[in-house]
Structures are given as structure tokens and as C-alpha cells.
Design a protein around this ligand. Sequence first.
Ligand code: PGA
Length: 248
Amino acid sequence: MTDLDQVLSLPAGSWADTVTGMLADRLAGRPDLVVCLPTGSTPRPIYDRLPDALRARQVDLSAATIVALDEYVGLPSDHLARCDVVLRTQLLDRLDVPPRRLVRLEVDALEPETAAAAFDEAIVAIGGLDLVLLGLGRNGHVAMNEPGSTADTSTRVVELAAATRDVAIGYGADPPPTHGLTMGLRQILAAREIWLLATGAGKAAILSRALTETPSAAVPASLLLDHPALHVIVDDAAWPMTAECRQG
Ligand code: PGA
């Protein structure tokens, strides 16, 4: 059972503005932030707003490091479903100034296992992750750490769950990739701060499981609850009940 203080439930209509402001404020306060960014429908409205929010604060990413969270294996480098392509088109290409550094999963240049090891070494070399933003999969995954992933798993090649393959189909990868390269839960849990993001009624059931069941590999997101600086930042469609309701 999570401490409800860890959960920030915001009105659905203002969730994206608020979270974008929080991220822009964080970058304004720490221009050299090392921040890991996910792709998917959840962060997209944040990325839509972030360039303007940074401009308004007169801050840019010229000192910041962006770290990729995961990537499909086997898709061509320009495929529109690729996580790096999505992050570039939805955010990076729209920034006034590119980030100082982009740490990617080098699935094109290296064998996947070699790319995973190189990625973890790169994270260590830059001094670790300050902040990791995560979406929540409908099956409880975070990044591509599918159900069954334990807290000690490093960045690695994983077989994608059927639900995750369906998401790839939605992005135009049909047939979908069968495998992905994901930052491990070990690397995520070693970050100094984690923001778990979830929006919409479609996430309510899995969010409730993640936050209220005994943490286990069956719902990998639940394994984040032990992190001392986890912030669960959701909208009131994903976490509709008040604290009083839950306690009652
Ligand atoms: P979504 O995906 O943001 O598109 O809902 C989250 C995830 O599957 O990790």
C-alpha cells in the first residue's frame, strides 16, 4: 500500500499544464539536469507544451542531458513507431536549442545486448539519472519492463507482451516488433527521483493495482513504491477516488 502523499492527482483538464510547468521549473532550477523521457500518449501533451514553457522561463536544454527510456528492436531507424523518432518529432526537433547530450539505446549501430551494456555504462559515466519520467502500461509495465520483471533487472533485451505489441501496431508497426530494449528497473530505481505518470480512465484499474497491492513483479510499476523520491502524478480520471473513499 502506497503512502497517499506520494500521489498527486490533478484535474484532467489541467494535468498537462501543471506537469509541464513542474518539468520546466525543474529544468530552470537545474539546467544541467539528466532526465530520462518516455514516449507514448501520456507524455505527449507535456512535450507539446514544453518548448513554450521553457521559452517563458528563458531556459533551454543546452546544459541538459536527455536519456532515452526504451526502444524497439528490429524496426528501421526512420520508422515512425521508433521511440527515438517519436521523441525527436514530438519534442527534440521543436526545441529552440538541442540538449547538450542525448543518451540513446544504439540499436542500429550495435547488437542489442551490446547496446544495453553500453547504455548502462553511459548512465554511470554521466553520474546517474537525476529524474526519470515514466508512463504506465495497461499491463503494469514501466518502460518495457513487462510483468515478471524484478527490481534487479538491468537494461536488456525483452520479449514484448501482447499488449505492448498492440501499442506498436497503433503506431504503424504491423507486424509489430517482438522484442525491445528497455532501461532496467535497477537503473530506474537508482535515479534520484521518479515521476510515474498516468492519465485517463483506461489506466485506473492498473494504477489502483500498482499503488494498493503488495509490490511484486506481476505489476512492475508497483516495485517503484520503495523508491524514496517517487512522485505519482496522475489525473483524476486515472485516480478518481478521494483519499477518504480509499480509506473508507
Ligand atoms: P501510453 O503508454 O503513455 O501510450 O499509455 C504507456 C506505456 O505503455 O508505458
